[in-house]
Design a protein around this ligand. Structure first.
Ligand code: ADP
Ligand code: MG
Length: 225
């Protein structure tokens, strides 16, 4: 592709993203405004709206957080040499309460994680948090999420499997498109953010899924990008 065409395509992606973000933020804002107006006119009803308003504010916060991650340049990465297990165990501890809350078994399998890797712990955390959260969201009560991680030769491999509903070929094609979500409170930005972080760390990400048979997401990152 020539440079000019590439530039104009980038611009059109930015325009589409901005329009999408504005739209996604405007909806909850309109709802918040409406509930505040009703509450102002009917003080006795205010308590009923507190929870909805907080939900909508949380939604805006989640969208803005994801969006900020998307606009962070690759040059802001701060590499550190860390033991792989340090980062991975932290994320699993962080997500355990959420898994327990939903009665989901969060299991992990680790190989050679005492090895060190060169990475930005914050971004690596974010990758794993996004993938595990999606897996937890996908499975039913009593479902299972398995996080397999291993350092082998020059690569860190993370794979997150779940026994949720899986994805159809059409859904698989859409995953990672901005605002593609099937959740009531989803932003549809998580996979996109994850893909960007993985690319910034010079890694690869792939989805394997079959309807009715669960999903496995595999991320491979070079140990020394
Ligand atoms: P969000 O989680 O806010 O919906 P994401 O970009 O993280 O946004 O995910 C987009 C969509 O991809 C989800 O709404 C869901 O439909 C689908 N998806 C992602 N991970 C899985 C998974 N492990 N199993 C089934 N569907 C998934
Ligand atoms: Mg998500």
């Amino acid at each position: 592709m020539n440079k000019l065409k590439e530039k104009s395509q980038q611009l059109s992606t930015i325009t589409q993203m901005s329009a999408g973000i504005a739209h996604e933020i405007k909806n909850p804002l309109t709802a918040i405004k409406g509930f505040l107006q009703i509450g102002a006119a009917n003080p006795e009803l205010r308590d009923n709206y507190q929870e909805i308003i907080l939900d909508e504010v949380n939604r805006i916060e989640a969208i803005v957080q994801d969006f900020m991650m998307l606009s962070k340049p690759k040059s802001s990465i701060q590499m550190e040499e860390v033991e792989a297990d340090e980062v991975l165990s932290y994320v699993l501890r962080l997500l355990e309460p959420e898994a327990q809350d939903k009665n989901v078994f969060l299991r992990s399998e680790k190989m050679h994680l005492e090895e060190t890797i060169l990475t930005e712990p914050k971004r690596l955390n974010q990758i794993l948090i996004n993938l595990v959260k999606n897996a937890i969201d996908a499975v039913d009560d009593g479902g299972e999420v398995m996080v397999h991680s291993e350092v082998l030769r020059n690569e860190l491999t993370l794979s997150v499997s779940d026994n949720g509903p899986g994805l159809t070929a059409q859904e698989l094609a859409k995953i990672g498109e901005p605002f593609f979500t099937t959740k009531e409170k989803g932003t549809g930005l998580g996979v996109m953010v994850t893909k960007k972080i993985v690319a910034d760390l010079n890694g690869t990400i792939s989805y394997k899924s079959k309807k009715g048979e669960g999903t496995t997401v595999t991320v491979k990152l070079p140990r020394q990008p």
